[in-house]
Write a protein that binds this ligand. Structure first.
Ligand code: NAI
Ligand code: MG
Length: 351
């Protein structure tokens, strides 16, 4: 039967870029290949109805084959929204409910894309790596609280959760991916200071590595990893790390490989017990919303990750090739969101 793709455009540029991603999926697979179902969620929905994520909507999403997500978030000056309610109530709710334990963030420096890296860095080799960020544990669990609120003795805790089960499955996923790439996995942590979680990550990493003798392994403390991301990113193939380190590293990775307009991601449940969700790394960009200034490329590359996850490798490759060709043909002349989306869809259809 026709696979169902739930589409959550969200707020700001979210719906603008998601529309172009749907266009690319239609161009590559044909108009009837997918059944797209739109969901109205995000800051605007909350303002209208007070609802972030009704249980019935979460249950419906669970029935989809995959989710295409734009971005959610109100403008920065908007003080009506309590901080974190969309993150915790919507994005993290979906990640946790659907067990998205692999947060996949590929980074590639396309030829012709401006990068802040020095030419001595870009000359070191091809920059093409993927960060496998743990998505369901770490500091994101909401495991903490506040006591003595409002006093000078106020204590706020945020306790990082690391389970042997959770670490093992994400590390194994990283090694599996490496065997389909260049056979190298780098563990990033901070085990010299975060000794408890660090010991667990290191031990599990070594145990899993023993099952993959063909895969070369490396370890970096997270602070050193930021240095190498800026001075020698060609050294990385697959990077595996925890939830918060992965969040921070991948913004840096996006910055050095051409910016947030190109950075795609997948919130993946490799066991396929629930639908996976694919989204650009960027947010709702209220500063450029409604002006057709957003680059839809990150959303379109996220759609390619979605195709790959659904086992449609050939179609995923056609989308990625069209994006690569589009990027290589870019000039200084600005294009609207729709123009970029149309140009990529035309290349896909012509391929
Ligand atoms: P942002 O990613 O929305 O914007 C940062 C800067 O990058 C802005 O100057 C923006 O114009 C630019 N930018 C972002 N995407 C772009 C694109 N496709 N093409 C061209 N330029 C682009 O991050 P910011 O400003 O921190 O957050 C804005 C809102 O988005 C907030 O409400 C935040 O909570 C939310 N957000 C949501 C995310 C999600 O839904 N997963 C992720 C990150 C932020
Ligand atoms: Mg982030």
């Amino acid at each position: 039967s026709t696979p169902t793709i739930a589409v959550i455009g969200g707020d700001g540029i979210g719906p603008e870029v998601t529309r172009e991603a749907v266009k690319a999926l239609t161009a590559v697979a044909g108009g009837d290949a997918f059944s797209f179902v739109d969901y109205d969620l995000g800051a605007e929905r909350w303002k209208r109805t007070g609802e972030v994520m009704p249980d019935s909507v979460l249950a419906e999403l669970d029935g989809a084959d995959a989710i295409l997500f734009g971005a959610v978030g109100a403008a920065p000056g908007d003080t009506t929204m309590p901080s974190g309610i969309l993150e915790r109530g919507l994005i993290l709710r979906i990640r946790f409910a659907f067990d998205h334990y692999v947060n996949l963030r590929p980074s590639r420096l396309y030829s012709g894309v401006p990068t802040p890296l020095a030419s001595s860095v870009t000359d070191r080799g091809e920059i093409d790596f993927v960060v496998v960020r743990e998505g369901t544990e770490g500091l994101y669990c909401g495991n903490g609280g506040v006591v003595r609120t409002g006093t000078v003795h106020e204590i706020a805790t945020e306790v990082s959760v690391n389970t042997a089960f959770g670490v093992e499955r994400v590390v194994r996923d990283a090694f599996e991916r490496a065997t389909r790439r260049r056979n190298k996995v780098t563990l990033v942590h901070k085990h010299n200071v975060l000794v408890n979680a660090g010991r667990l990550w290191s031990r599990v990493f070594d145990e899993v590595a023993a099952d993959y003798p063909q895969v070369q392994t490396d370890y970096l403390h997270v602070d050193a990893a930021t240095i190498f991301l800026a001075t020698d990113p060609a050294r990385f193939d697959v990077v595996v790390t925890d939830n918060l380190f992965g969040d921070i590293l991948t913004d840096l990775a996006a910055a050095v490989t051409g910016g947030i307009g190109l950075a795609a991601s997948g919130n993946v449940n490799p066991a396929r017990t629930h639908p996976s969700m694919f989204e650009p790394v960027h947010g709702s960009a209220p500063d450029i919303a409604g002006q057709q200034k957003a680059d839809p490329t990150a959303a379109i590359l996220s759609a390619a990750l979605l195709l790959e996850h659904l086992g449609r490798q050939a179609e995923a490759a056609r989308v990625t090739e069209a994006v690569t060709a589009d990027i290589e043909s870019r000039t200084a002349a600005p294009r609207t969101t729709t123009e970029i989306g149309d140009a990529i869809a035309t290349r896909i259809a012509g391929a």
